[in-house]
Each structure stands twice: as C-alpha cells, then as structure tokens.
Design a protein around this ligand. Structure first.
Ligand code: ARG
Length: 417
C-alpha cells in the first residue's frame, strides 16, 4: 500500500457502513477513509444521521446532491413503462446514479480505492461495482469479503464504541428515494406474514378517501405538468408521491427474484411511479399503432431487466432507447387519472397524435374514407379461414380412420350376406 492511501466509502451512517470505517483502516490498511452520501431524495433524517455519525467517527464526509439526475432517470424509466415483476425499480435506478457520484468524489480526491457496505446476498453490490469497475480504482466490499453478519457488526460496534443507533433486531430494513420506499427484513422475511399498517409511510390505508381526479400532461413521453401546472422533475414526482400517497395508491407486496437467484419478500410504496406509469401507458394506447405497442412491450421488458441489473449503460440499452425514443415522439398529450379505492386509474386521454378516428370507430356512421360497413363482409369470410381448413382436414382424417376400422371388423358379416 502506498503512503497515505485513501478510500472513498459509500456512506449512509447505518450499521453496515459505520463498521466499514474502522475496518477499512484496520483490516485493509488504509490511512484515510472519506465517506460519501448521495442525495437521491432520502428523507432529511437520513442525512442528519449520516452527518452525526460521520462527525462522531471523525470521518471526512461529502454529501452530493444527485436528485435532478435521479429524477430524470426515473422519468426515462416511465418512457419504457419500466417495472420488474411489478416493482417500479426505485432502488435499482438509484444505485448507478449513486455509484457515479461517489466515483467522481473519489477521483477528485485522488483516492486509491472505493468501497461499499453491501452484503454478498443482494443486488446492490453488483450495481455499484458495475459502475466502479470501469475505473482503475480498487473496489472493496468489507461486509461481503469479511463475511460479516449483523450480529457481529453490533458486537464490534459496541466494542469499538461506534455511534450506531437503530439497527436493532426486529427493525425493518428500509431504502427510500424519490421513486420508491422499500421495506424488507425481520418479520417480513416470512412470505406468509401479513404486514401491519405501520410499515407504510408514504401511503394512507386505501379505500377511505374521497375520489379525486387529476390531469397529467406529457411531452414526448415525459410528464411535464399536473393539473396545468408545469413542474420540474423532482417537484413533479414529490407532488404526486404526496397526492397519490394520500389516496393509498402504489403499494406492492411481492416475492422478488434477485439477480443471484434468491427469492426475497419485498414491500414497496411508489405512489408517483404507479400514477405516472399508468398514465403514460394509457397515452401510448392512444397514439401508438397496435404493432408498435406489441413490439414495445418486448423492448420495455428488456429495458426493465437491464435497469434491475443496474446495467443501463449496456450498449443494448442504447439500441433499446433508440426504439423507445422514436415511439415517444408521439407520446404528447394529457391523461386524466382518477384516484379511487387505492388505484390510479386512467379515465380519459387526449393527444394530437391519436391514431384514432371517432367516425371510423363509431356505431353511428355507415361509411368512412369510402369504406362501407359491408366491405368488411369479405374480411369476415376469410377471417379464421386457415383454422377452419385445418380443423376440417383433421376431422376428415379422423373419419377416414374410423371408417377403416369399421370396414375391417365388418368384413366377415358382409361376406356372409
Ligand atoms: N430488492 C430491491 C432491489 O434490489 C430493493 C431492496 C432495497 N433495500 C432495502 N434495504 N429495503 O432493487
């Protein structure tokens, strides 16, 4: 190790990253550790906790504001209708943004290495390292490499008199950012355990609210205004989290297949994401052709998988984005959303690009663009032609077989007659 070696640590002030600070010095021989906390919309208390813990540890602490970049990333995910097994990818989308921001601080401070406090079981280690391993810095994962358990960390923290609060046995593990709040661990690890209402912080108990209707305006696939008021990305998401959350919109309780193959039980809250995803898809339903919609579902699925893996920088995603962006040129218009019974249901949509002719679809017009109702007769005659033919061929073959059988067994009778 060189003189005065420095390591930048992804720091939250929680138990894992707090124990990493002395461990990086003792076990990995670094002279200096700097902690970096990246703001992707966590609640203010989390920054206070990080700040206080850093101070108590005498840790050089940086806070980087990446809210705008993250909000843009979330709205790009809306263009691809991105969800993974029903989860709108809040944690997954945030990790590369956080990793980039930490890498920048590490490089500015001439660090030799970069570290995270993720375990060897989750997705986040992979998402962080996919970004960091593009640099020349050494990547360190003390919790994974030293095989630490929560229990060991608690004891070590007590022994070293480290400033850890929370992290108690039985506490949920929570990850919050602008796009979603995730709750896992403790009792929730039992897939059959029904969560108590108090795990939810962003969403009211659904079904007890007055019905409310709002209008969301989109421009080229991005939401830009709510009820006529233009809002920058961060504020738009925050506003919809408050509003839709007050209607109990956006709860997901699911089994999630992690990248390493583990199945885990997850609970998520994501009111803005649900509202925007529903509205966006409703607008696409109006402006895209049937074949664009069908093909886009496959593209969206691939996009969401790469997002889950933290690999949106993959060349494949550039190509997928080419298709997504081409389709989004027409995704401009407004959608009316009704909050009712914990749902954010699209109940109206409008666009200058609507692939829709009211007179063509209406029951009240006889002919459109010179095409009369009766012109469909030929189409109707042909519709299903191939299936009918195939079924007929199969039925004829069956009949022939049956006939041969009866002929064979009836031979004697016939000769006797
Ligand atoms: N399983 C989710 C993902 O990989 C989120 C996990 C969030 N972490 C937490 N401690 N609640 O994207």
């Amino acid at each position: 190790m060189t003189d005065n070696s420095t390591v930048a640590l992804a720091f939250s002030g929680g138990l894992d990253t707090t124990v990493c600070v002395p461990l990086l010095e003792e076990e990995y021989d670094y002279d200096e550790v700097i902690g970096v906390t990246v703001d992707v919309g966590q609640p203010a208390e989390e920054f206070d906790e990080a700040e206080e813990t850093a101070e108590a540890l005498d840790l050089d602490h940086y806070v980087v504001d990446a809210k705008d970049a993250f909000a843009q990333q979330c709205l790009d995910a809306v263009k691809a209708n991105a969800t993974y097994q029903g989860y709108p990818l809040g944690t997954a989308l945030a990790r590369p943004v956080i990793a980039e921001a930490i890498l920048e601080v590490a490089e500015e401070n001439d660090c030799d290495a970069i570290a995270h406090g993720c375990t060897g079981k989750g997705n986040d280690q992979l998402r962080f390292e996919a970004v960091w391993r593009e640099s020349d810095l050494e990547v360190i994962a003390p919790v994974r490499e030293l095989g630490l358990t929560r229990e060991w960390e608690m004891e070590y923290a007590a022994e070293k008199d480290l400033p850890v609060e929370g992290g108690n046995e039985g506490d949920w593990s929570i990850d919050t950012n602008l796009w979603s709040r995730s709750v896992e661990g403790a009792d929730l690890e039992d897939p059959g355990y029904v969560p108590p209402e108090d795990i939810y912080e962003w969403t009211e108990t659904p079904g007890q609210q007055e019905i409310e209707t709002i209008e969301i305006a989109f421009e080229e696939g991005h939401p830009v205004a709510v009820d006529g008021e233009e809002l920058p990305a961060v504020q738009l998401i925050e506003h919809l989290n408050d509003l839709a959350g007050s209607h109990g919109v956006g709860r997901t309780d699911m089994m999630e297949d992690r990248m390493l193959g583990l199945k885990v039980r997850e609970n998520y809250e994501h009111p803005a994401a649900t509202t925007l995803l529903n509205a966006h898809e409703a607008l696409e339903g109006l402006v895209l052709t049937e074949e664009e919609r069908a093909f886009k579902q496959q593209v969206d699925q691939q996009w969401a998988e790469k997002a889950y893996e933290g690999l949106l920088s993959a060349p494949l995603v550039d190509a997928l984005d080419g298709f997504v962006d081409a389709t989004q040129q027409k995704v401009t218009g407004t959608v009316t959303i009704k909050f009712e019974g914990g749902q954010a249901r699209p109940v109206g949509r409008e666009s200058e690009y609507a692939v829709y002719s009211e007179s063509a679809a209406s029951f009240n017009t006889e002919s459109v663009d010179g095409i009369a109702q009766s012109d469909a007769t030929g189409v109707a005659k042909y519709h299903g032609f191939q299936s009918r033919l195939a079924n007929q061929v199969a039925a004829d073959a069956e009949a022939k077989k049956a006939e041969l059988l009866t002929d064979g067994s009836g031979d004697d009778e016939e000769t006797e007659e």
